[in-house]
Write a protein that binds this ligand. Structure first.
Ligand SMILES: [Zn+2]
Ligand SMILES: [Zn+2]
Length: 248
């Protein structure tokens, strides 16, 4: 696990920002945020601590707040302003479990590289086929398809630590439904490599990125770029299994 993962995300976000006008604002904002995350990750790596504490993230709060105040969407910029006036609340921000959506963005921006770094220090059972992350227990934000045809493999990517673990192709990661006719798959012409994988038993969906159709895709970023698929799925009565960093 190297910082080139961050560089690939940043580069892909910039490419897609040019290619997908509908999502370009989101992607440019994400690429700036991913640069902050890369700095956090590299700081943790340089400190060579086996298990860095969340308190190591506090020095990154002020630059994150000033960035979001400058270029963030209005609700996040307002929250950045509020947080800036209350430095005493920052440790809680990084420790609390149930934060409102606008605060959660700031917490997760800093906690993602922290957990991604921690996950890289451990041996994780990636073949466990469980529906939540085998390292941190969080839900998956996206799926990844590799290999051709029905025998192709699906894996899931953790929304917090970005660990990718194996998962069955025909199985709902929310309710365990496994009959094919209750697990419809939808694609849009615009994004042939991204599928909405829905479940008619629990009405949730997750998007999977098919790397056999587009080897340049970076799943976390392509998931963000296809926000129009979320809107489509939600109009059709499905709820996303796990929201991404930007709350979508
Ligand atoms: Zn995880
Ligand atoms: Zn289900």
């Amino acid at each position: 696990m190297t910082s080139s993962r961050w560089d690939r995300r940043i580069q892909r976000a910039e490419e897609l920002a040019d290619a997908c006008p509908a999502a370009s604002e989101i992607l440019r904002f994400y690429s700036a945020i991913a640069r902050v995350q890369k700095t956090v990750y590299e700081g943790l790596k340089a400190s060579r601590q086996q298990l860095a504490a969340a308190s190591a993230l506090l020095p990154h709060v002020p630059p994150l707040l000033s960035l979001v105040k400058r270029i963030g969407p209005a609700p996040l910029a307002r929250m950045a302003d509020e947080l800036d006036r209350d430095p005493g609340g920052w440790p809680d921000l990084l420790a609390d479990q149930d934060l409102p959506a606008e605060k959660e963005f700031f917490a997760r921006t800093l906690l993602q590289p922290h957990f991604e770094y921690q996950a890289g220090q451990r041996d994780i059972a990636l073949g466990s086929m469980q529906s939540t992350c085998p390292f941190c227990g969080e839900k998956p934000v996206a799926g990844v398809l590799r290999g051709e045809g029905e025998g192709g493999k699906r894996s899931l990517i953790c929304s917090l630590c970005a660990t990718e673990w194996d998962f069955r192709r025909l199985l709902c990661p929310h309710c365990g439904e496994e009959s094919e006719h209750r697990l419809p798959v939808y694609t849009a012409e615009q994004f042939p490599h991204v599928r909405v994988e829905a479940c008619d038993s629990c009405q949730t969906y997750i998007k999977s990125v098919d790397l056999t159709k587009n080897g340049l895709a970076v799943p976390i970023v392509d998931e963000l770029a296809t926000v129009s698929l979320n809107l489509w799925a939600e109009e059709h009565g499905y709820t996303k299994l796990q929201r991404n960093l930007l709350g979508m």
